[in-house]
Design a protein around this ligand. Structure first.
Ligand code: SF4
Length: 317
């Protein structure tokens, strides 16, 4: 039996649903329809067409966002193609920007530096430098601090925070140095991390800055952040970050780079507002936010002048 070519008439409601008059911004089809004075009939979008339309909308929205960001000067930054900075370039530029790295803790010998670093946990170097002169005046050597009255030590170091734990750490550390190492600070990492209150970071600082022993790279919050932003590490744990950083720099630069990374993170590549525009690493940094100003050498020279002022009164490493 032959099928009828005529379709069943659609209901009025269905016809109403299918008719949409495009009021604003007519498409070329609509314009042609107007010219031919035909009724403008647009069938409802199929599911696939709807999806495509949504995707197009999302893409247009992203493009608009990129445009706005570009106006604000953000997306206009051409980031280096590599996701990891060239470690050689980082070494060269930071060495120029911070020619004489320093520790921002005041000390005269390895024991004083050890005590200062223990006190600096969860505190600032400036705060520690305010209390250590009094600590070393009252207890000038490990034997004296080991025998000190606990309440008196707590009172002196109170402003650095966590003073009970810190008092225990510095008195016990001093006692161990006396009983086991003849009052001297050991020169190996393995021995030093046995001292109460001393972990790898503290040991690396003391060994590098006081004994000139390159046991590793100091990883504090600043050095870790800079290493991550430069793409030199993707790790989050200090020991793993240190392992990655040590693999990127020759051992003879570990001491210097330790303090350069810390200082660069503290004063230039800060957590909240990195000064990318003035940063000598800008061109090689995969995380830069804005284009640089001037040459990297000019920016490095400026940073070197700033660092020279900050390093006054501190021991260079
Ligand atoms: S300040 Fe900016 S350009 Fe410099 S290392 Fe940090 S993120 Fe990179």
């Amino acid at each position: 039996m032959k099928r009828s070519s005529k379709r069943a008439p659609k209901s009025e409601a269905h016809q109403k649903r299918t008719v949409q008059v495009i009021a604003a911004k007519p498409s070329p089809v609509a314009l042609r329809s107007k010219r031919s004075k035909k009724a403008l009939v647009v069938t409802p979008l199929s599911t696939r067409a709807k999806k495509l339309s949504k995707r197009g909308k999302a893409q247009r929205s992203k493009a608009a966002q990129r445009g706005k960001a570009a106006q604000r000067g953000k997306a206009a930054v051409a980031r280096p193609r590599r996701l990891r900075a060239d470690a050689g370039a980082v070494l060269e530029r930071l060495s120029r920007a911070i020619p004489q790295p320093h520790v921002e803790l005041a000390f005269d010998n390895a024991w004083q530096l050890l005590i200062a670093v223990i006190l600096s946990a969860q505190s600032t170097d400036r705060r520690v430098n305010q209390v250590t002169p009094e600590v070393f005046r009252r207890w000038p050597n490990p034997a004296a601090l080991a025998a000190a009255d606990v309440a008196e030590v707590e009172e002196v170091i109170k402003s650095t925070g966590f003073f009970r734990n810190k008092t225990r750490a510095i008195t016990q550390a001093s006692a161990l140095l006396v009983s086991r190492f003849g009052g001297e600070v050991p020169r190996t990492l393995d021995e030093l991390v046995e001292v109460p209150g001393v972990a790898r970071k503290t040991a690396n600082v003391v060994l590098g800055a006081a004994h000139r022993v390159a046991s590793g790279i100091v990883v504090d919050t600043h050095a870790g952040r800079v290493g991550q932003r430069l793409g030199l590490t993707r790790e989050l744990q200090p020991e793993k970050i240190e392992r990655d950083l040590c693999a990127h720099f020759p051992a003879e630069h570990w001491i210097g780079m330790s303090h350069r990374l810390v200082l660069h993170g503290r004063y230039v590549c800060t957590a909240r507002a990195p000064a990318c525009v003035d940063c000598p690493l800008n061109e090689v940094c995969p995380s830069r936010l804005v284009p640089p100003e001037g040459t990297w050498e000019e920016r490095a020279e400026q940073q070197a002048r700033d660092m020279a002022l900050r390093s006054e009164g501190f021991a260079r490493v």
